[in-house]
Design a protein around this ligand. Structure first.
Ligand SMILES: [Zn+2]
Length: 279
């Protein structure tokens, strides 16, 4: 569920989107003024022009920007897609079908490229193609506990993690790191930050990994993409007990809210916001 939208369910553009959030009633990119939301619709225009949004085998969804004729520019709706994370907005993908709009997933902008594609008059022009990934895939990468944590000093891990959150411009980190690699940076930093103790119950990790490092699990305190899905201020290192408590405990939601509050001291740059969402 994202903003009340359920994956695979059909919604009516007027009743379920415009009556709730307002926003442009035409076109494939909707940017409601009053809500931190960018809604994009696939299958809207491209097909009739001879090109189509597409799913890449590596998990990236390629989404063509808006603009009827001439070269597309990174303005208006296109700019909203490219900057949604930095602006703290959720990016919701819908697929146009005969029965309405099917909610696909909450996405995260990774990058974009320019491609030659026909405009509405059939003339070749520069089209902006956004490369998006599902937010859930990124959360899973950060929370996955399979990989060993690389032994690097904490300051370096922190620098990398903050570049993932957009606090440092990406150019300042060696090379371009896609959202998966950035998630790994955050994961490594958060585990390093914990220094072997659960950041929930403060007790030592219950056992060590095969490589000798303390076993803790990164947990997303909230899954919304505010500030970037891999913002270290929203990821906490938990022992398996605390992690299961959040997900399966009868007090999981309130425990998660308590963890969110405690981030003020755990990750001092964190600016408190009232919305907590159990992952
Ligand atoms: Zn714990």
């Amino acid at each position: 569920m994202s903003w009340g939208f359920e994956r695979g369910r059909v919604y009516n553009r007027r009743a379920d989107i415009h009556n709730r959030f307002e926003g442009q009633q035409q076109g494939g990119i909707i940017t409601p003024k009053q809500y931190p939301l960018v809604l994009i619709i696939t299958g809207e225009e491209g097909l009739s022009h001879g090109y189509a949004d597409r799913q890449r085998p590596d998990g990236v969804f390629e989404y063509f920007g808006e603009g009827q004729t001439g070269n597309m520019s990174l303005q208006k709706g296109n700019k909203a897609v490219a900057t949604h994370s930095a602006e703290g907005k959720s990016l919701l993908l819908f697929r146009k079908a005969r029965e309405g709009l099917i909610f696909e997933d909450e996405m995260v902008y990774e990058t974009h490229h320019i491609e030659r594609a026909p405009d509405s008059h059939g003339n070749e022009r520069d089209a902006i193609v956004f490369e998006l990934r599902p937010l859930s895939a990124i959360v899973e990468t950060v929370e996955s506990t399979e990989d060993d944590v690389p032994a690097t000093n904490l300051d370096e891990l922190r620098r990398r993690a903050y570049s993932a959150a957009g606090i440092f411009p990406p150019e300042r980190v060696a090379g371009f790191r896609n959202v998966y690699l950035r998630s790994e940076d955050v994961r490594a930093y958060v585990l390093g930050r914990a220094k072997g103790c659960c950041e929930g119950c403060k007790t030592a990790a219950p056992f060590f990994r095969k490589d000798g490092s303390p076993y803790l699990e990164p947990h997303h305190i909230r899954r919304v993409s505010d500030g970037g899905p891999d913002d270290p201020a929203f990821v906490i290192a938990l022992c398996p007990n605390c992690h299961r408590r959040v997900h399966a405990g009868s007090d999981g939601t309130s425990y998660n809210a308590m963890l969110l509050t405690s981030m003020v001291t755990i990750e001092p740059k964190f600016e408190d916001e009232p919305v907590a969402e159990s992952a």
